[in-house]
Design a protein. Sequence first.
Length: 747
Amino acid sequence: MAFKLTRRNFLQSASLAAVALPLSDVIASETGIEASPFEPKGTVKDETVVGGVCEMCFWRCQLVGKKRGDRLVKLEGNPKSIDNGSSICARGNAGVQLLYDPDRLKYPLKNVGERGKPKWKRISWEEALDECGSKLKGIEEKYGPQGICMFPHGSSAKYPMHFFERTVGTHNVSEASFFQCRGIRDTAYVATIGMAPGEFVDMPNAKVIFLLGSHIGENIHVSHVKRYIKGLQNGAKLIVVDPRYSAAAAKSDIWVKIKPGTDTAFLLAIMNYMIANDKYNADFVEEYGDGFDEFKAGITDWTLEKAAKECEIPAEQIKEVAELLAASAPSVSIHPGRHVSWYGNDFQRQRALACLTGVLGAFFVKGGWVPAKNPKVGKMSWAKKDHGDEHNLNIDEEEELRFPFSPPGTPTELIRDTALSGKPYPIKGCVIWGQNPIQTIPGQEKMKDVLRQMDFVMCVDVMPTDITMWADILLPESSYLERYDLIKTGTQWDFADSQQQFIAPRIPLVEPMFERKDQVYITNEIAKRMGYAKDIPVNSNLEMVEKNLAEVGLSLDQIIKEGGIHVQKGENPYSMPEDFEVVFYNEDIEDAGFPGIPTYQPVEQPPKGFARLLYGRVPVHTFNRTQNNVWLNKAMPDNPVWINDEIAKTLGLQDGDVVGFINQDGIKSRTTTTIKTTPGIRKDSVYMAHGYGSANPLMSIGVNAGVDDTSLMSKITIDPETGAHGMRNNFIQLIKDDKILAIPASV
Ligand SMILES: Nc1nc2c(c(=O)[nH]1)N[C@H]1C(S)=C(S)[C@@H](COP(=O)(O)OP(=O)(O)OC[C@H]3O[C@@H](n4cnc5c(=O)[nH]c(N)nc54)[C@H](O)[C@@H]3O)O[C@H]1N2
Ligand SMILES: Nc1nc2c(c(=O)[nH]1)N[C@H]1C(S)=C(S)[C@@H](COP(=O)(O)OP(=O)(O)OC[C@H]3O[C@@H](n4cnc5c(=O)[nH]c(N)nc54)[C@H](O)[C@@H]3O)O[C@H]1N2
Ligand code: SF4
Ligand SMILES: [Mo]
């Protein structure tokens, strides 16, 4: 989609000019439109305000704001930060445009049309909260607390999530960050080393950085990218395993162009080769390994040749990778990954990654996996009550866990299936807070059916994204630049021997505009109306932050004096806990009915004429949430689909051709995008950036820009150990000029 200068775009770009010129002058002189509500009041002077914490993604870089009068004109990294420092990414920068986006939610709205085809009526907060409180209470009384489900994500969703889970007492809470993102990684590492791994790899000190499907550079978390770049500058070799020539692959020493879904076979062959040739870290395994003999015996099948055939890569390359890792051990950063909900065979792959780190002895050593030791702060929230497990959908009639290695919460699919079948009980109320389950969870039509059968749906958001079209009541939250909020804690980005720690509460940089409210206000008002006034733990976001700081002897005043971030001495990150062990063969996993040794499970292959749909991040967007941001839209207005150049040639396709898609179930994309032909992707797959193709006309910039990858994911795959989604088992054909183009198997 080419950039067009509409009035809307003009106003947005005019606000860029406002950095130099008061906005009212720009608007008045060039358009004759009345002055903006954001016009600075009083005497205009420039100032820098501290205490901002970014939430354009979930990494929470620390910010300062440049203000002219009341208006925020620029965001920068907080120079006091020992995390992101003065750097922020393109999305962080563009936070100013989220703040002043004219399409942002401003007032409580009631849907007087249909779910999915809303007609909005502006209502008062009083009416909106009364409606939410009475509807949710009604559902709780009729069906029990389990009749309410919740889809939360992000910092502001924690407080309401605790209310519904701990106080009201529903188990039916499903966080996107677990069930469609990193939950599998966390529980697989817990089953192997007893803790979740974060992305704690000491890349600055690594001799080798090993990335399996993590495309750092396109996926951007500032301090993480800094670590990675520092490692490369310090001479680390880079191994990238990816079916696509990603930004990371472009920097790599070895690019393993693996067949999608076969990574576990690759990892097992590396380990088998190292063990068979005595190239593994026997001392480490001897001291910290558990079940190593069973593991060793269980993977002997995985010769280089067998894996080479399965993964469609040269045996020589697997050997080269194994040799390089072995020669550089233990200073190797085996990245644990982050978005790992791929194929439904992911728990086993994540276990294999953890075992590979163990075989190399790369835990708690320079250049290896080294967990950050973050400072403690208070965690003021709703008190935990015991509601029993009777209605926990993850526990079956025999009192066994259906998904024994599920991350916290209830697997999304259990909630959706229960809502649709009414068995074992109805789910009739839905609270959505900072998540966009329409574009986040495979099975978009299923999600719509789930929402259709609800008695009540409420949604708290900042933008009119697609999920908001499904709400009965839609509440506008103040953005991360307008509210006090959770405290970001962390450690120095570069893993120095004695890491410093930091504590950075989110402090608003501007007052909330229009009628937007924050999460403590909204949750408390609903809680009061549901009869839970006596359980309310704090009265405002500010009080929550103050109390959490007070628990560690700090105050907001002090932190502001210190420049928005409190820095203190940290601990040596390389010290290993006393009882640390790497469980290579895990009996508990076997007792639960799954392979106790990491095991490769092949995935379904594309049917004839189809290619596998792969997706991922782009540097300038965060999923769908930034799609309406005028700066970011200009940077990447749609999501061109990557297709192998030889395949493209046989189909007569060229760069820039406009195409739509149809998937294996006959589902067509609603919108189109352009073609990007490249040798940098396998012939059996196509790739597109996730998050595009919004359907909500209220997003005047993002609507219909590019294609929504989730809309093409009608096949639902579940990882059997965790209950999390596998999302890369859908297959597509292209549609050009109304003709379906079958993808040749080979050319
Ligand atoms: N097809 C596909 N699906 C995916 C992925 C993928 O790559 N492809 N990635 C997966 C991963 S890794 C993740 S982490 C998840 C992310 O899944 P989501 O969390 O659903 O991601 P977003 O699209 O950012 O949607 C978040 C919603 O929160 C709103 N929001 C933003 N800021 C605020 C705020 O301050 N307050 C409130 N109340 N709302 C706010 C946004 O406007 C948006 O509607 O998606 C997963 N699903
Ligand atoms: N700019 C930006 N940065 C972000 C985010 C964002 O939205 N925007 N989101 C953040 C979040 S919440 C997360 S979880 C992370 C996610 O970041 P990552 O964990 O890096 O996940 P994806 O972006 O899904 O990565 C997709 C990569 O996996 C490759 N791939 C596909 N199939 C296979 C396979 O079978 N095997 C292998 N080895 N590789 C495969 C794809 O080609 C692609 O390069 O990014 C974070 N950083
Ligand atoms: S990585 Fe970018 S978007 Fe994410 S918190 Fe940092 S500056 Fe914000
Ligand atoms: Mo994620």
